[in-house]
Design a binder for this molecule. Structure first.
Ligand SMILES: [Zn+2]
Length: 65
């Protein structure tokens, strides 16, 4: 399953939105804007389809073998 992350514009770290989706479903979503409480800076950020990043699992890049 893929997860939607969005960047914290204060710390530059990625926030886990808690939303799981597969990549093709995300691509078909209409544009949206949401707000999310940020665990990194304690603030609240506006995020949208444009800022969101869909990553596999916990966002780790699979190790090259
Ligand atoms: Zn933040």
């Amino acid at each position: 399953m893929w997860k939607i992350l969005t960047p914290c514009d204060v710390t530059g770290r990625m926030i886990d939105t808690g939303i799981e989706i597969d990549k093709s479903s995300f691509a078909r979503l209409p544009s949206f804007v949401g707000r999310i409480g940020c665990p990194h800076c304690g603030g609240e950020h506006e995020w949208s389809k444009a800022t969101a990043k869909v990553v596999d699992g916990d966002g780790a890049v699979p190790a090259a073998r």
